[in-house]
Design a protein around this ligand. Structure first.
Ligand code: ARG
Length: 477
């Protein structure tokens, strides 16, 4: 008989007995369909199959070394788990809702494949330490994937920054043009933010990388297990110290969602800028056809849907963080089935972030910047007023507060005349402050302004080019 043919038959057997073959010993009747519906997590926790199988293999191997399991039983279990992994990967595995979750689906299939030896795998283990281990492994992989995606994204941003180290644009505070900056500097600001996001996820990774396996249901086990070996086999730094904590807390998932939320917020802020900048009113960027969409009614429209969705999805990510925090807040130690609700937020956030990062990288990498427009805007709104005040401090040795006041008066004159500060005549300036001379014009253009911002972390093109180079070393190697 082929394995495939035997599968449905054995599954029917489970259903006919009514009670669970895995925990139904003390029950006379099986669960109602409603109970099954609320209890089952297989529809989503099937995503843990690789981690579950890796955990089972490490556990079985340890049981053999510790002589709790015979070598031949251990080999059968390893081979059976290999088969199951192939079946699930290739899509031939039939998941069964009545078997609740991924752990029981796999165990049940193992018993179909290797018979009652399968029942020995669960020696010195509970689903409680099993699921805690699986989810830690899954989040660890998710962090590694997000890290790669963020690194690729930073590469795009650094490339744009380098190209535009000297491209001038308005810098804003309160969304009012404040001082000229460079586009490269603006891009590198995001490189820093995403760099810290990577750092936060790494911190989370470091803290989560301890192994719950061997904690059993909650109290540990009477078998002479070797927790260090299972921890090492699964790439954990060490076993978790306290068995109750090991099965009880999901703080690592919360940390992942919190770091993910902040990353989502950074993406959202950037998305908001894409939305603003791509509007005809700003006209700073043109989103490529590949990342734009049209309107079904207005033929002229070119909408930034991708950016809007990234902005919108951050709400969903923050919602996931909230949802897990609320699930956990009233739980007494240790495990409660409430914790089964930990997975969907985690999966959804990992998926959503993966998509948003890739889309944002594509969108920014392909966007066209309207440099003339940005530069023209950068001088509007008296954005070099601070340069004038600084000149008064530096050259005329006037205290900054007074220089600020004098400059304010000059701005008022220019505003009334409808001209720029650089367009004021020297005599007009001197009527406000006698010590002003010709040299003042050297700081009034936007180029002069950005070139003068050479303080550490400042926007001077030379600084930005150097910062882009440094960012490559810091983030991309
Ligand atoms: N599906 C369960 C979860 O995700 C596995 C652990 C079940 N443990 C239990 N004692 N019922 O939390």
């Amino acid at each position: 008989m082929t394995k495939k043919a035997s599968e449905p038959k054995a599954r029917k057997k489970v259903k006919r007995t009514g009670t669970s073959s895995i925990w139904g010993g003390r029950f006379n009747a099986g669960p109602s369909s409603l109970m099954e519906a609320i209890n089952a997590s297989i529809d989503f926790d099937k995503r843990l199959y690789l981690q579950d199988i890796a955990g089972s293999k490490a556990h079985a191997q340890m049981l053999v070394v510790q002589k709790i399991l015979s070598v031949s039983d251990g080999n059968k279990i390893q081979a059976g788990l290999d088969t199951i992994e192939k079946e699930i990967s290739s899509g031939t595995f039939e998941f069964d809702t009545s078997l609740e979750d991924i752990h029981m689906n796999i165990e049940n299939r193992l018993s179909q494949l290797i018979g009652e030896v399968a029942g020995r795998l669960h020696t010195a283990r509970s689903r409680n330490d099993q699921v805690a281990t699986d989810l830690r492994l899954w989040v660890r992989d998710a962090i590694d994937n997000i890290d790669v995606a963020l690194k690729d994204f930073q590469q795009v941003l650094i490339y744009v920054a380098d190209e535009h180290a000297a491209s001038i644009m308005p810098g804003f505070t309160h969304l009012q043009a404040a001082q000229p900056v460079t586009l490269g500097h603006h891009m590198l600001a995001y490189v820093e933010m995403f760099g810290r996001d990577r750092g936060r996820l790494q911190d989370c990774r470091t803290r989560l990388n301890e192994c719950p396996l061997g904690a059993g249901a909650l109290a540990g086990t009477s078998f002479a297990i070797d927790r260090q070996s299972t921890a090492s086999a699964l790439g954990f730094t060490k076993p978790m110290v306290n068995s109750l904590d090991a099965v009880s807390d999901r703080d690592f998932a919360v940390e992942f969602l919190a770091a993910g939320s902040l990353l989502g917020v950074h993406l959202s802020r950037m998305a908001e800028e894409v939305v603003l900048w791509s509007s005809p009113q700003f006209g700073y960027i043109k989103i490529s056809d590949q990342f734009s969409s049209g309107s079904s009614m207005m033929p002229q429209k070119r909408n930034p849907d991708a950016a809007e969705l990234i902005r919108g999805k951050s709400g969903r990510i923050i919602g996931s963080l909230n949802s897990l925090l609320v699930v956990l807040k009233g739980l007494p130690m240790t495990y409660g089935k409430d914790m089964q609700e930990d997975k969907e937020p985690v999966f959804d956030v990992a998926d959503t972030l993966g998509l948003c990062i890739a889309v944002m990288a594509g969108l920014v990498g392909e966007a066209e910047f309207n440099l003339e427009r940005m530069k023209a805007d950068s001088g509007r709104g008296f954005t070099t007023a601070t340069d004038l005040a600084d000149w008064l401090v530096r050259v005329a040795e006037i205290p900054f507060r007074e220089a600020h006041n004098i400059t304010g008066k000059l701005v008022k004159i220019a505003e009334n005349k409808g001209c720029d500060l650089a367009e004021l005549e020297l005599s007009q300036m001197q009527s406000v402050e006698a010590s002003i001379n010709e040299d003042v014009y050297s700081v009034l253009g936007v180029e002069n302004s950005v070139a003068s911002r050479t303080s550490t972390g400042g926007t001077a093109p030379a600084n930005v080019a150097a910062a882009a180079k440094a960012a490559r070393k810091r983030f991309l190697i």
